[in-house]
Write a protein of this length. Structure first.
Length: 103
């Protein structure tokens, strides 16, 4: 399987995050070849790596920003790290409670 097909299959399932190990296992290629392919995708702006070995697929609307909004990948990243977290500030920052008045 090609890396582009792997990325497309994840997007088709609504999955925007994956690990390098998952990519190696799914693609059936070596670690070095998979890392090289992922590095090329990063240079093209198709994926980002917010943490070593953890990749985020950048949909076209977020490519200019270079990463997905935090609320779309932090839960998966924290699960990958097996780290407890509390996302109150992430969700509060995304809401506007100004009742129509400029904040």
């Amino acid at each position: 399987m090609l890396i582009a097909h792997y990325i497309d299959s994840l997007l088709a399932q609504g999955i925007y995050c994956f690990t390098g190990l998952e990519a190696v296992e799914t693609l059936g290629s070596g670690v070095v070849a998979t890392r090289a392919a992922l590095r090329r995708l990063r240079h093209r702006g198709a994926i980002a790596m917010p943490f070593r070995g953890f990749y985020v697929i950048l949909t076209p609307e977020y490519r200019k920003l270079g990463c997905l909004p935090a609320n779309q990948f932090i839960p998966a990243l924290m699960e990958h790290l097996a780290a407890p977290y509390y996302a109150a500030l992430l969700t509060a920052a995304g809401q506007n409670h100004c009742d129509g008045v400029p904040c």
